[in-house]
Design a protein around this ligand. Structure first.
Ligand code: ADE
Length: 414
C-alpha cells in the first residue's frame, strides 16, 4: 500500500511525466524494445531514487520490461508529490513525499525492502547499506544492484575493499554518458536553477565560489562563468586545481575565498567542508548552497551554533544572523539545492542517465555477475550515446575500413 502526500495530485503528476518523456526520446526507444522483449519479466525491483518526473519515466520503462517496482526517495526534500501520486495511481508501490523526517525517510526505505527486491537501484547507496546491515535476511533474494551517483559509488568501493559487499552492483555513474553529461551538464544547469529559484539573485558580477572541481564543480563553474560571475574555485586535489587554473578561474584556499565570496556552492562529496571558521570570515549577505549528495558539506549545525537568530525568508532560503552581526543565507537547509529548490537535472540529461540504469538492470538480469563493483561495457555506453544522438536528430560519420585498420595497427608511421 503506497504512502504519498496527496493521491488527488495524480492527474497533475501524469502531465509532468508526459512532459518529461517528450524530452526523453532515447529512454522511450529502450522502453519500446523492453515492451516487446520483456527482459525483466517477473523481477522485483526496489528503488531509492529522487522521485521526479524523470524517475517516473524510468519506472514506467522497467515496468514495460516486465518488472514490478517499489520506490522510495533518496533525499527527504526531493520528491515531486504530484509525480509520486501519479506513480501510485499506476500501480507502483510508492513511499515518498517532500519534507520527510529522517525517521520517515528510513521507514520508507524499509517499506521498499519489505517487497523483497531482487534488484536494487540506489542513488547514494542507502538501500545497499540497509540490506548489508539491518536487513541481511534479504541478501539471499538479491541478484544485483545499480548505483546512480559518485557518493554511492565511493561507499560501494569502500565496502568492496573491506570485503563487505555481498552482491554485484553496477556503477552506472561511471559510464561516460552518465558522469560526463549528468554530473557536468546536468549539475551545472540544475544547481544554478535551484540557486536562482531559492534566491532570485543576479549572478553577473558576483564572486561565485565553487568548492570542488570534479565533473559537478566543473559544470557549476562553467555555467556561473557563462552568466557573468567571477568564478573562484577551491580544491584539495592538485591536478583538479590545475585544471581550474587552466580553465581560467582563480584558485585559492577556502579560508581566503571565504572573505570575498558572495555565493558559495559545495560540490565535493565530502563532509564539513564549509565550517564555522569559514562562516565567521564571510561578508554580510553571503549565500551558501550545497549541490553534493548529502547535507554534510556545509556545517549547518555549527551555523546554528554561532547564530543569534534565524528566520525563513522564502521557500528554500533561511537567514542566519551570526553573533558577530553578519547575516548568512542558507539554501534548502544545506540539502541538494538542485533537487530541493528546483526539479533536478533537465529531462534530456536524465534520459541518458536512465538509459544507463535500464540497460544496467537488463545486464544484471541476463548475466551472472560476481559480488563486486562493475562498470557497464563500453558498447552499452556507445549505445546510449547513439540513442541520444538519434533522438536529437544528430547524425555522425563512421570510420572507413582503412581507418579502422590504421587505428588498430602499429606498423604504419610517417
Ligand atoms: N538527479 C539529478 N536530477 C535528477 C532528476 N531530475 N531526477 C532524478 N534524479 C536526479
Amino acid at each position: 500500500m503506497s504512502k504519498v502526500k496527496d493521491a488527488k495530485l495524480a492527474a497533475d503528476g501524469r502531465k509532468q511525466i508526459e512532459w518529461a518523456e517528450m524530452q526523453m526520446g532515447g529512454l522511450l526507444r529502450i522502453r519500446s524494445r523492453f515492451s516487446g522483449e520483456k527482459p525483466l519479466k517477473g523481477l522485483r525491483i526496489g528503488m531509492a531514487l529522487h522521485v521526479t518526473k524523470e524517475t517516473a519515466a524510468l519506472v514506467r520503462t522497467l515496468k514495460a520490461g516486465g518488472a514490478s517496482v517499489a520506490i522510495a526517495g533518496c533525499n527527504p526534500l526531493s520528491t515531486q508529490d504530484d509525480v509520486a501520486a501519479a506513480l501510485a495511481d499506476e500501480g507502483i508501490e510508492v513511499f515518498a513525499w517532500k519534507g520527510q523526517t529522517v525517521d520517515e525517510y528510513y521507514d520508507n526505505l524499509n517499506k521498499v525492502l519489505d517487497a523483497k527486491p531482487q534488484i536494487t537501484i540506489d542513488d547514494g547507496c542507502d538501500l545497499v547499506t540497509l540490506i548489508h546491515t539491518k536487513r541481511k535476511d534479504l541478501l539471499e533474494n538479491v541478484i544485483g544492484g545499480t548505483e546512480e551517483t559518485t557518493t554511492g559509488v565511493n561507499r560501494l568501493r569502500a565496502m568492496e575493499k573491506d570485503g563487505a559487499l555481498k552482491y554485484p552492483v553496477v556503477a552506472v555513474n561511471d559510464s561516460d554518458t552518465k558522469h560526463l553529461m549528468d554530473n557536468y551538464i546536468g549539475t551545472g544547469q540544475s544547481s544554478i536553477d535551484g540557486l536562482l529559484r531559492a534566491t532570485s539573485i543576479l549572478v553577473a558580477g558576483k564572486n561565485f565560489v565553487v568548492v570542488g572541481y570534479g565533473p559537478c564543480g566543473k559544470g557549476v563553474a562553467l555555467r556561473a562563468n557563462g552568466m557573468g560571475a567571477n568564478v573562484i574555485v577551491t580544491e584539495v586535489d592538485a591536478f583538479k586545481a590545475l585544471q581550474a587554473v587552466m580553465d581560467g578561474y582563480r584558485v585559492m584556499p577556502l579560508a581566503e575565498a571565504a572573505r570575498i565570496g558572495d555565493v558559495f556552492i559545495t560540490v565535493t562529496g565530502n563532509k564539513n567542508v564549509i565550517t564555522t571558521d569559514h562562516m565567521e570570515k564571510m561578508k554580510n549577505g553571503a549565500i551558501l548552497a550545497n549541490a553534493g549528495h548529502f547535507d554534510l558539506e556545509i556545517d549547518v549545525k555549527g551555523l546554528k551554533g554561532i547564530s543569534a537568530s534565524s528566520k525563513k525568508i522564502r521557500n528554500d532560503l533561511e537567514e542566519y544572523t551570526l553573533k558577530n552581526k553578519i547575516k548568512i543565507y542558507l539554501c534548502s537547509q544545506g540539502r541538494l539545492v538542485n533537487l530541493a529548490a528546483a526539479e533536478g537535472h533537465p529531462s534530456d540529461i536524465m534520459s541518458m542517465s536512465f538509459m544507463n540504469q535500464a540497460l544496467a538492470v537488463e545486464h544484471i538480469a541476463k548475466n551472472k555477475l560476481g559480488p563486486k563493483v562493475h562498470v557497464l561495457p563500453a558498447k552499452i555506453d556507445d549505445l546510449v550515446a547513439r540513442l541520444q544522438l538519434e533522438s536529437m536528430g544528430v547524425k555522425i560519420d563512421s570510420l572507413t575500413p582503412e581507418q579502422e585498420k590504421y587505428l588498430t595497427g602499429w606498423a604504419e608511421g610517417t
